[in-house]
Design a protein around this ligand. Structure first.
Ligand code: FPP
Length: 241
């Protein structure tokens, strides 16, 4: 077991807002995409660290429903990076027992990228060591709205009555319906906001805001954040035992 492994019970599901790629590049006098490429290399390192750290589910925010407002060059560069990531990492993900899922609305994504996402989900569908979920064209409000629409259709078509709608029923219509709720949400780069990420699912999550820019967020720092989570007392609205 590596020396930074977390021997005690840590968070089973960690979600990460990978922020700070642009500033990381800017500090080096390079274009923003240079930072996104460095960020993609960190994704690999953090995914590979998960089994040693007791993290079974990792959910990462790669592209939000609001990120379309960036320049056309940056958006196109990010989309091309996602395609390259899938191409480059697919074999290792299959080999390393990583099950990949994508959440978010695929409707606005390029057909070729969507086909690659579907293929990667299928290729890794028998894996169970780590569950990596990549949020792509994802927004929490958008996800809940899409879920509510589908729920309304079920009622309209007589498959469900309005009396049967409760939190559990609504959860079944979310993109994350097969995942447990996140235990810990980490945001890098010193910003303390959640930016529409997993709004419903994070109702009882712990949050960690770290100053490090995402391309500098190492396995060692990941281990430190997970260790500090272990010291928290999660009460889910109840009182301590
Ligand atoms: C936020 O940093 C980051 C993004 C919008 C993109 C996240 C993408 C990656 C880490 C690249 C690779 C991901 C995968 C899954 C291959 P920012 O650009 O807002 O940084 P800034 O706040 O410093 O400008």
């Amino acid at each position: 077991m590596p020396k930074d492994a977390i021997p005690t019970i840590g968070p089973a599901h960690v979600a990460i807002i990978m922020d700070g790629n642009g500033r990381w590049a800017q500090k080096r006098g390079r274009p923003r995409l240079f930072g996104h490429h460095a960020g993609a290399r960190r994704v690999r390192e953090i995914v590979e660290a998960c089994p040693d750290m007791g993290v079974k589910y990792l959910t990462i925010f790669a592209f939000s429903t609001e990120n379309w407002k960036r320049t056309q060059v940056e958006v196109a560069g990010l989309m091309s990076l996602f395609r390259k990531y899938i191409e480059r990492e697919a074999k290792a993900l299959v080999r390393n027992g990583v099950r990949v899922r994508f959440i978010g609305d695929r409707i606005r994504l390029d057909e070729k990228l969507v086909a690659m996402m579907d293929e990667l989900e299928l290729l890794t569908s028998h894996n169970d060591l780590i569950h990596l979920t990549i949020a792509l064209n994802y927004g929490g409000r958008d996800e809940v709205t899409r879920a509510a629409k589908r729920l309304a259709l079920e009622i309209e078509q007589g498959r469900l009555t309005h009396d049967e709608v409760d939190a559990e029923t609504l959860s079944r219509f979310l993109d994350t319906h097969v995942l447990p709720d996140p235990d810990l949400v980490i945001r890098t780069s010193g910003e303390a906001r959640i930016s529409n990420f997993l709004l419903w699912q994070s109702a009882y999550a712990e949050y960690e805001f770290v100053d490090t820019l995402w391309p500098d967020f190492s396995r060692t720092e990941f281990a430190r954040v997970l260790a500090s989570y272990g010291k928290r007392d999660r009460r889910f609205g109840a009182v301590s035992a």
